[in-house]
Design a protein around this ligand. Sequence first.
Ligand code: GCV
Length: 630
Amino acid sequence: MRRLSTLFLFLLFVSIAKAEDGSQLWLRYQLANEANVSGIECLAAEELKKFHIGKEVKLALNANLPEESYLISDEDGISIQAKDKQGLLYGAYALLRSQYIPSAVHMGQIEKPFFKLRILNHWDNLDGSIERGYAGKSIFWDLDDDQPKAIDSRLITEYARANASIGINGTVLNNVNASPRILSAPYIQKVKEIAAILRPYGIKVYLSINFASSMALGKLKTADPLDKRVQAWWKAKAKEIYSQIPDFGGFLVKANSEGQPGPGDYHRTHAEGANMLADALKPYKGIVMWRCFVYGANHKGEDRVKQAVSEFKPLDGQFRDNVILQTKNGPLDFQPREPYSPVFDQIKQTPNMVELQITQEYLGQSRHLVYLAPMWKEFFQYVSPYSMKGIAGVANIGKDRNWCGHHFSQANWYAYGRLAWNPTLTSTEIANEWLQLTFSKVPGFLDAMTKIMLESREACVDYMMPLGLHHIFKFDHHYGPEPNGFIARYPLEWCPVYYHKANQDSVGFNRSSTGTNATSQYRPEIGKIYDDINTCPENLLLWFHRVPWNYRMKDGSTLWESLQYHYNKGVTWTEDAHNIWHNKMRHYIDQQRWQEVDQRMEHQVQNAREWRDVCLKYFGSFAEKSTTTK
Ligand code: GCV
């Protein structure tokens, strides 16, 4: 008895002693005893001195290496070579990672980032709220006031360090639904202060702009991009910004989309709008990232998923060379599963970059454990990373102690950075790395949790919207299920019923050549596959086709049976995953993080059940009455 209680006390002590709050992310390095680092004095050297354990490390510049790359060798001690200090820093973080994961460094090989632009997009409002943010307030902004509050330099330094450790080299500091005030002098001053913190970490700052800023701030009566006064206003604004922040990256623009102003307000094209800004930024080597997420303006009434191609394809080739079109991975809006956006097939002469969503707007927010790398890798199976100039990820970062709300949502930030660096890494490799750095290397933990992470996205699709169903979320906050959410006063494109059109005969959106013909926007070899119900992947069936309830799936079940199977499978997965965490993972990690994850997983189970029950009741109300199921 006494021995047992001593053991209990010992275990308790160990777990309390190791309590962690997740604030260190994947950078939980033990302090080294002033490691032996020689060569260039830089941030890389400082990081290594603090955390590198083992042999001496030499840092050297080598002009022959590509920008941002590094070369680590182990002859006569370890050396890191790079063309620039940024490369040295990336090399230092790789070396530190290799203390936990030896395969993180390939000795003697030049490592260079795949995408030149590896950018985070913060949808942070100037009042500190974050659109689609689920981890507390903004780390950059506080009260939207004429005079912005002082920045928290300690927090922003930690943010910079975390990003540099995974190779992110740019950040857009404010929401694409942008307040014009971001371009006022006091805010530019704050941006300058933030840029000064991020610069040593190799991170450039960018801003989202409001297209009508010349009216709101400049007191002009117009924002017409062909108006000389408007052009002059933007040129002067660019000059002002660059006089404060010489390495400012450029602008991100949401125009004529969801109520935002844009060139369309003056019957000008997106190209005319983007070019006006591009001309203002050009003397300073700045770029414009112009979003293709537009619908409901010029092509009202057209199938929403077709509208971006309809809008931008005729403009291809008309953009200045410092404009990049930024397009969401799917043609609708960051659903748990979408086909890739056909913009990537149709825009051939204008540089493209993809916008991924790290924050889980439609994937359980910071309540659900859903690892997104498999979803992004699925996109890269169809759209070659070689066809893109850059990659953007809508951040899931806020002031919560653990940065992302759910400890496992940190994995999505990490995975985004790692894939931006090297899109050929597998989801398994990244999950494994992240788990080892963030939690534990013990195989019992690592194997079980890698499996759970890898399965989690498909499970989320199963319990939310299997077989190609989409946008059946509760209105506005996009958390729970609302398949019957048709409220006529909203734009049609926001109503779930518009997307599944369930009735007693069938369900699904006919986007084949007998319907809206969205399949024709894909390159022919893919369009053909999607167009034919027999070849269309079943996981996108109801996205592209209208299907009778008694349609025979490949496994012989009817559509209705299959739908029930998937919803149940998704729920069972959450129950099993939670049981594993609850019963088996506890002793591998610290109590605090175990408990916080446990509570969230319990909630995920409840929410998954709600999804299943609401959706099966609703779809069942048609399917079970259907003559086609009899
Ligand atoms: C920033 C969806 C989201 C909006 C978001 C928009 C966009 O509609 O729900 O919150 O606005 O996409 O990407 O611009």
